[in-house]
Design a protein around this ligand. Structure first.
Ligand code: AMP
Ligand code: TRP
Length: 335
């Protein structure tokens, strides 16, 4: 990455906790590919964050490899970017300790994700769940990232990262870059197919609410056909037509057609035709990615080659930064 150091550095992480949804894809992952030409991109499968809630070890390993292969299939190009596995790069845990000594108990107690997750899992309010945002700060600061693409739910953690970085800089001298949130220019919010005022989420208990990016064509079409709409029969983007608006957003995202063109295309046609068209367009759009994914996940040796190379680059880059942090806090040089 050294020769391109004038380009800004983007860091983002995604948890390997199950197959990504169409929402993750349209709102986040699909936008990661095009960033690679403009920025130096460092992407990470954050398996260490995943274990802050109880995970089945066999499943976690599978999910981590699946997430890795899916990100490659969605367009992350290892000639341009780094895509590594968090637990393989020790600097994240190392820096996390130092940053935790520069983070206040009160700050972490105010994090809404901590409050939500402790309510959801009252039998396992572990220390890792509490210090989760410190590890996230370490992910970002170990690369001195300029920009971090995150959804709104992670904005509070990013603000805390800035506060921690600023405090460190005050105590030990200017060192860390204060990272900014990066909101992609495109990247619509996709809503649940069953309750279109709620975000589409893989934790939804109704399987029809959410399209997974590995769903087959029949499943995708079935879910679209069952999507909740309204009692009119007009494909038109308008207030109060949340279900249709959401389907139009999805259709537009995968075909590139604008709302006016979609309205013309379905003039005089019913919702049945429209839903079928949306299902088919989504399935057709996802198919090449699914085919690439199938090849990648069947080739574990290739995947290993990919992450081993990226792990090494991530370690080399972040070690330089963490070594300087060790000096700044007053640790004796190791060699
Ligand atoms: P999550 O699965 O909630 O951890 O989110 C991972 C990334 O996907 C974040 O950048 C979110 O903003 C994005 N994302 C998740 N769900 C949606 C959705 N329904 N619409 C748009 N973006 C989403
Ligand atoms: N906490 C993020 C989420 O749940 C994942 C994450 C971990 C992350 N480390 C990060 C995101 C660093 C951006 C930068 O979505």
């Amino acid at each position: 990455m050294a020769e391109q150091e004038t380009k800004k550095l983007i860091f983002s992480g995604i948890q390997p906790t199950g197959t990504f949804t169409l929402g993750n894809y349209i709102g986040a992952i699909r936008n990661w590919g095009p960033l690679q030409d403009e920025y130096r991109c460092v992407y990470c499968v954050v398996d260490m964050h995943a274990i802050t809630v109880r995970q089945d070890p066999v499943k976690l390993r599978q999910n981590s490899l699946q997430a890795y292969a899916l990100l490659l299939a969605c367009g992350i190009d290892l000639e341009k970017s780094i895509l590594f596995i968090q637990s393989h790069v020790r600097t994240h845990a190392e820096l996390s300790w130092i940053l935790s000594c520069n983070t206040q108990f009160g700050e972490l107690s105010r994090m809404t994700q901590f409050k939500d997750k402790s309510q959801k899992h009252p039998d396992d309010v572990n220390a890792g769940l509490f210090t989760y945002p410190v590890l996230m700060a370490a992910d970002i600061l170990a690369y001195n990232a300029d920009l971090v693409p995150v959804g709104v739910d992670q904005k509070q953690h990013l603000e805390l990262t800035r506060d921690i970085a600023q405090r460190f800089n005050q105590r030990y001298g200017e060192f860390f870059t204060l990272p900014e949130p990066y909101i992609p220019p495109v990247g619509a919010k996709i809503m649940s197919l069953q309750e279109p005022t709620k975000k589409m989420s893989k934790s939804d208990t109704n399987p029809n609410a959410c399209i997974l990016i590995l769903d087959d064509k029949d499943t995708i079409i079935r879910k679209c056909k069952r999507a909740v709409t309204d009692s009119e029969a007009e494909v038109r983007y308008a207030e109060g037509k949340d279900g249709i608006n959401n389907l139009m957003t999805i259709y537009s995202s995968v075909t590139g057609k604008d709302f006016a063109a979609i309205e013309r295309e379905f003039e005089g046609k019913g919702y049945g035709d429209f839903k079928l068209a949306v299902g088919e367009a989504v399935a057709d759009h996802l198919r090449p990615m699914q085919e690439t994914y199938a090849k990648l996940i069947a080739d574990k040796a290739y995947l290993k080659e990919c992450y081993t190379a990226s792990d090494a680059k991530a370690l080399a880059y972040s070690s330089r930064i963490v070594r300087k942090v060790y000096r700044k806090v007053g640790f004796v040089d190791a060699n």
